[in-house]
Design a protein around this ligand. Structure first.
Ligand code: ARG
Length: 594
């Protein structure tokens, strides 16, 4: 369906052209004075210059035409030359009715030229527990992926595991110290390695920090770890077998964690998967004259004349020939292009890596790893801080594990629900159900709390505010959906056989609700264009508010005119569907009751 703003712009354009003015002046926007009007057009002000006429004269001419147009309930010119517009209620109701008929899409068309978009998010590091720093990438990336899917694109999410650094050598070194007799360390061994990993996830999560700490205090230990890393990267069989055990054990645990967050990936590739592509890539960069030796290291210049700040060269290989984070990212681009030929690559990573990605993108473009038309986008996110404004930590000052954070929000939510139930003396919710509900709301609290901020901004994780049922929060949105569900249930239980449909708005609050609903397609399109899930959050907040004022001002169940009542119900159904569609693309869901 055409966006409602475009439909209105079409009418205003006709009026401008009829009066002899250029169509470009007819652009209509949402009103920034909702107390005066719903839509506005400031074109007369701009046209005044070209046509050397007072803006209000132009505005008056346009109004004279628009006044006769049935799609407007009001067309007014306001000095010095603004055009203020209100839409006709029947026209609006018709638009909203058509949205409802368009099941599942609600007037939002899929993209006419679907793209293949690969999205790199999550980015956990193998053998290290997920911490809150990984939360944002997972939440934002998942939502961007879902928005893209909804808009009809082929979205491929890749977790891009950090599985190729010194951390692997550290684990191997520590394991060797503890269990020198394991077959993996016997260089003469040529048989098959055991299927079973020689450690569990909790051991793994203990081994890594122990080894990391030791390597900082003991130079010989660190050397051993570097040597192990080198041997692993150069194909030592026993170490490669250990690497697959580490990967398997870690990935199983990561999947479980991501599942709890309603986050999933199409691809579970890691840095190590890029290794086979490195030699050829490096060779070609050298042959093409892009890569050269500087201070022993192999680099590619990526600075450009228009740079206002220094962009250092992109390092491809260290002086000892070892590959780096950059090398892996570049070689990852190689296989992504080869296997999937994406039109676009989006990276959802901490914004502190922005300079790094500028180097990688420029290098990839310059050396021809991507096509000229391939888009490379960096979506950098800010830090999640505690109430003290400093990066979120445990009470003891350690790194906050993601699981711990999630379970503390779950507990807080369970407390609230239990209190809520008691106050309503509605104690028929079993303990198990209450736990399930708490989990669902907690996830909404966490995700909405994150996504409602522009991604690039830092934000404060405030558990009291995020879990509140009032204000701009996830639980408030869910509460609104649950409220609608409960009214609908009551209505359906009456078993009325009324063929209802949305008819004209019966009150200003109902019209306002329809106005909000009608924005849906424009909001979704814009959220993808700007890669901005927060736009969907602010939309559903406005929509939930519009619904709640309609609800408070309208006797829905007591309405005597059955057709009017049926129209209300249809409107409720549409509001519910749109809210549910939106929270689904944000990556959470609503319970049946709460
Ligand atoms: N593993 C990295 C980290 O924890 C994030 C990976 C981001 N993605 C990428 N393609 N570099 O910082």
């Amino acid at each position: 369906m055409k966006k409602i703003l475009d439909l209105i712009t079409d009418e205003v354009t006709k009026a401008f052209v009829e009066c002899g003015y250029d169509a470009k002046y007819a652009r209509v926007t949402l009103s920034n004075r909702p107390d005066l009007c719903e839509y506005q057009c400031n074109g007369a002000m701009a046209a005044a210059k070209e046509y050397k006429k007072a803006p209000f004269m132009i505005a008056d001419e346009i109004v004279a035409i628009l006044e006769k147009n049935p799609i407007f309930a009001m067309a007014e010119s306001v000095k010095p030359g603004f055009l203020n517009l209100k839409i006709d209620e029947a026209y609006l109701a018709e638009y909203v009715r058509k949205m409802q008929e368009d099941e599942g899409r609600f007037g939002c068309e899929k993209s006419k030229n679907p793209k293949t978009i690969m999205i790199d998010y999550g980015g956990p590091n193998v053998a290290k527990p997920l911490h809150v720093g990984h939360l944002r990438s997972a939440i934002i990336g998942e939502s961007v992926k879902r928005i893209g899917k909804f808009m009809g694109h082929n979205m491929i999410g890749d977790v891009h595991l950090g599985d190729w650094g010194l951390q692997m050598g550290l684990i191997i070194t520590e394991l060797r110290l503890r269990h020198p007799d394991l077959v993996y360390f016997d260089e003469a061994y040529e048989g098959e390695y055991p299927k079973e990993a020689p450690f569990t996830i909790s051991e793994l999560e203990e081994i890594y920090p122990t080894a990391s700490k030791k390597s900082k205090e003991d130079a010989a230990y660190k050397d051993a770890a570097m040597q192990a890393t080198f041997e692993l990267q150069h194909g030592r069989r026993g170490y490669q077998a250990l690497l697959s055990h580490i990967l398997n054990v870690s990935v199983t645990d990561l999947k479980r964690n991501y599942e709890n967050l309603n986050v999933s990936f199409e691809l579970w590739k890691g840095e190590s998967d890029a290794q086979p592509y490195i030699p050829d890539m490096v060779q070609k960069m050298k042959e093409d004259g892009f890569a050269y030796i500087s201070d022993g290291a192999l680099v590619v210049d990526v600075k450009e004349d228009t740079d206002t700040k220094e962009i250092p060269p992109c390092m491809i290989l260290k002086s000892d020939g070892a590959s780096l984070y950059n090398t892996t990212d570049l070689a990852t681009i190689v296989w992504r292009m080869k296997d999937y030929n994406p039109d676009e690559l989006i990276y959802v990573v901490d914004k502190r890596q922005e300079l790094y990605f500028t180097q990688v993108f420029r290098c990839a473009r310059k050396t021809g790893l991507v096509k000229p038309e391939t888009e490379l986008k960096f979506l950098g996110f800010g830090t999640m801080n505690g109430k003290d404004g400093k990066p979120f930590k445990t009470r003891e000052g350690g790194v906050m594990r993601l699981e711990y954070l999630v379970s503390s929000v779950n507990e807080e939510m369970l407390k609230k629900i239990t209190e809520n139930q008691k106050s309503k003396e509605n104690l028929d919710i079993s303990e198990d159900e209450a736990k399930e509900i708490a989990k669902t709301i907690a996830l909404a609290a966490i995700k909405y709390g994150d996504l409602s901020n522009q991604a690039s901004k830092d934000y404060i994780f405030d558990i009291d505010r995020f879990t509140s049922f009032e204000g701009n929060t996830g639980p408030y949105i869910l509460y609104t959906i649950v409220r609608i569900k409960s009214i609908l249930k009551k209505y359906y239980a009456l078993g009325k056989q009324v063929e209802g449909q949305i008819t004209g708005a019966h009150s200003p609050s109902e019209k306002n609700l329809m106005l909000e609903l009608s924005k849906f397609n424009a909001v979704m399109e814009n959220a993808l264009e700007e890669i901005a899930p927060h736009k969907i959050c602010s939309y559903i907040y406005d929509l939930a508010n519009a619904f709640n004022s309609f609800y408070h001002g309208t006797k829905i169940m007591a309405e005597e005119d059955e057709l009017v009542q049926a129209s209300y119900i249809k409107l409720l159904e549409l509001t519910k569907s749109i809210l549910e569609t939106c929270i689904d693309v944000l990556g959470f869901s609503a319970p049946e009751r709460m």
